[in-house]
Write a protein that binds this ligand. Structure first.
Ligand SMILES: Cc1ncc(COP(=O)(O)O)c(C=O)c1O
Length: 397
């Protein structure tokens, strides 16, 4: 770890990092344009990264077509669809694997609704380490195909996402794999906060009035909010942007908590925004707290609203997004309609994931997908067979 980064625990016992904040921790104009530009505010990054893929430095798009459609003259899209696997999960993957590689780790695991798993599979392949992925059984087959093509061992867990999360964490502890699980590994938040640092620079070293993020487990919003809090602590901005968290109406546990309304039965399968369809967010309390601190709010978005957002991002801004990736834009529109945000305010809306419907090219060393019940011994047996097979002793899986 760098001298600056100090690991602490939040009020909710979630691990996080803090620094001795001062203006010198922020970059001067010029220099590299990627996530590592902010290395003085990242743990363990007081030397050049060893992670091989480009990450960060995504565009902040002025969007004339969407400005006209919404009447919001100072609207910007932070387009996270331009990274190696076209979602905001590339940042966290890069930092976790970079630090893991330095300590000699040979495998990484994560659970995921899809995108973090693809980022991990591709990032691990590029870094020359193994990826072992746990997804809910109903994870989109097209996404699983990307993971397998990159060489990952993918476990589809019958009991769903929460069980996949717990199994991945247990497997990391038992087998000594890097644990990239979102929310559980504080490096994921540190990486995601670089979105705020980039936005600040891209707006000419100022913060927007409002920032809008989709919320599943919470790290995307928490990372963004932490980045702005650190800019404030460094004396770089005078006030925090209000944070608007966006959830799909079919699965909106935090929005209902925020508004004190009774949540209808949560139905993750009823939304196309699979990336944010999380029934038990891993850092839900922390997410609520960040929105409170920033003076923001939560909104929910319906399926037709999400569909319209995907369409308008494509047609009016030329940004191809998937439903979860477009949800924040749908939420921004709702926030405008509800008067939570004024069209005169500067607003940055995150687009967090792209359309991955094109099948991957077949990998030269594909992995495999296994459907299992949440049982660590089954994982151990499959992995044992795989490693014997890799040494030439067994074929098939
Ligand atoms: C495209 C997309 N957007 C947003 C999210 C939600 O992010 P978080 O779990 O950090 O709240 C995800 C998570 O998988 C995602 O895939």
């Amino acid at each position: 770890m760098s001298d600056e980064a100090i690991a602490v625990r939040t009020a909710y016992q979630d691990p996080t990092f803090t620094y001795r904040y001062r203006p010198e921790l922020l970059p001067e104009p010029g220099g590299r344009i990627d996530m590592w530009r902010y290395s003085r505010l990242l743990p363990g990054c007081d030397r050049d990264p060893v992670y091989p893929l480009p990450v960060g430095g995504t565009p902040l798009r002025p969007v004339p077509g969407l400005r006209e459609a919404t009447g919001a003259g100072d609207l910007w899209l932070k387009d996270e669809t331009t990274g190696p696997t076209r979602s905001n999960k590339d940042r966290a993957t890069a930092l976790v694997i970079d630090i893991g590689m330095r300590s000699g780790a040979t495998a990484v695991t994560t659970s995921s609704t899809g995108n973090a798993a693809i980022a991990t599979a591709v990032g691990a392949a590029a870094a020359g380490i193994d990826a072992v992925i746990f997804v809910p059984e109903d994870c989109r087959p097209g996404k699983v195909a990307h993971m397998v093509a990159a060489g990952a061992q993918v476990f589809r867990v019958r009991e769903g996402y929460r069980a996949a999360f717990e199994l991945s964490r247990a497997a990391a502890a038992r087998f000594g794999w890097i644990d990239r699980n979102t929310g559980a590994n504080p490096l994921t938040i540190e990486a995601k906060k670089t979105v705020a640092l980039e936005v600040w620079e891209q707006l000419g070293r100022r913060a927007p009035d409002v920032a809008v993020a989709p919320v599943g487990d919470g790290p995307t919003l928490v990372g963004l909010a932490k980045g702005f809090r650190e800019l404030l602590a460094c004396g770089a901005i005078a006030a925090l942007p209000r944070m608007i968290g966006v959830q799909a109406a079919a699965c909106a546990p935090l929005a209902h908590r925020w508004h004190g309304t009774a949540a209808p039965p949560l139905d993750p399968a009823a939304t196309s925004a699979d990336g944010i369809a999380v029934t038990v967010p891993s850092i839900g309390e922390w997410t609520l707290d960040e929105v409170r601190t920033a003076g923001g709010s939560f909104v929910t978005v319906t399926e037709p609203e999400i569909d319209a957002a995907v369409r308008d991002l494509r047609d009016l801004a030329q940004v191809p997004s998937e439903p979860a990736g477009a949800a924040a834009f749908a939420g921004y529109r709702s926030a405008l309609a509800m008067g939570l945000v004024s069209p005169d305010e500067s607003a940055v809306v995150l687009v967090t994931g792209s359309d991955l419907s094109t099948p991957p090219a077949p990998g030269t060393a594909p992995g495999a997908a296994h459907t299992i019940s949440a049982d660590l011994d089954v994982v151990a047996a499959v992995m044992r067979d795989r490693s014997v097979a890799a040494r030439g002793g067994v074929t098939g899986s």
